[in-house]
Design a binder for this molecule. Structure first.
Ligand code: GUN
Length: 295
């Protein structure tokens, strides 16, 4: 069994992005810029937004963070997005999700210029991905594909079972696997006999958001397991905070798997790396330059 080291892969991608940023600055005389918008004070979102800003600066890019109060109305948020759409220093726009309940995420995402949609959530980017055109691809599934290609080289003909059908992970993950010539099955909460289906998989991508749902004896011997889940368990007696676990029961699955991502330290670090990559790619396309190589 090999442990897939997402931290190391993410560091490699980030180093390559930093080189690409330096080359972009040489060519254009400016740095790529990423704007991150946070509405409200959700503690987990605040941590993510801070680490995105820090990573952006570390890559040599400009970072613009906009923190708005939880009661911000829709028009104010849409006006900020319009302003960022029109700002030539901004190549990427990310609105941190989830938004407070009174705001409609679909409407907010639709306002983002697709050329700056570094989350890849706009329907234009989702559509481009599904028909095989150049898209900005959602960061987490893109990070998963990167890890899988590193592990396997070629994914042709392998049977991949994606557990979860969200617009953010499951659906784009399936599209990306298909474009790598994998045979893809999308499973979800209504799938009949999920264990039997997962047992057929050469590649399992677990993205359901349920702690340790995928059991060890569901894993075909030698399969590659990519765990997208980040779930916090209730604290055990004497613990201050519960442990972080994935959607896969790691200790059980590890002996069966050929390779597996840990939680934390697997898929998680890849998401920010790919956000930086997408920002660099968006900056190139906006300047009419060819996509940076090797990313
Ligand atoms: N919240 C949790 N993950 C993400 C992500 O990838 N993008 C955005 N915008 N919000 C998130």
């Amino acid at each position: 069994m090999s442990l897939i080291d997402g931290k190391a892969s993410a560091a490699q991608v980030r180093a390559r992005v930093a080189q690409g940023v330096a080359a972009f600055r040489e060519k254009t005389g400016r740095a790529p810029g990423l704007a991150v918008v946070l509405v409200g004070e959700d503690p987990a979102s605040s941590v993510y937004v801070r680490s995105k800003g820090k990573a952006t600066l570390e890559a040599g890019m400009e970072s613009f963070t906009h923190r708005l109060p939880a009661d911000t109305d829709e028009n104010t948020l849409l006006a900020l997005i319009d302003q960022l759409n029109g700002d030539p220093r901004v190549d990427g726009i990310l609105v941190q999700l989830p938004l407070p309940g009174h705001l409609d995420a679909d409407k907010v995402i639709a306002e983002i210029d697709p050329a700056k949609d570094v989350d890849g959530f706009h329907v234009i980017n989702a559509g481009r991905l599904s028909v095989g055109q150049d898209a900005l691809v959602p960061c987490t599934p893109y990070g998963c594909i990167h890890l899988l290609k590193q592990q396997h080289g070629d994914l042709s003909g392998l049977h991949a079972v994606v557990v979860g059908r969200s617009n953010i992970v499951g659906k784009p993950m399936a599209q990306l696997l298909l474009s790598e010539n994998a045979t893809v099955t999308i499973a979800h909460s209504r799938t009949k006999d999920l264990p039997a289906l997962v047992r057929q998989a050469d590649i399992v991508v677990a993205a359901v958001g349920r702690a340790e749902m995928v059991k060890g004896d569901w894993i075909k011997p030698g399969a590659t397991v990519i765990d997208v889940g980040i779930n916090r368990l209730d604290p055990a007696p004497g613990e201050d905070k519960g442990r972080l676990v994935g959607d896969v029961a790691f200790a059980e699955a590890e002996p069966h798997a050929g390779a597996i991502t840990p939680v934390p330290g697997g898929v998680g670090p890849m998401t920010i790396a790919m956000l930086l990559r997408n920002t660099l790619v968006a900056a190139h396309r906006r300047e009419g330059l060819a996509d940076p190589e090797g990313l």
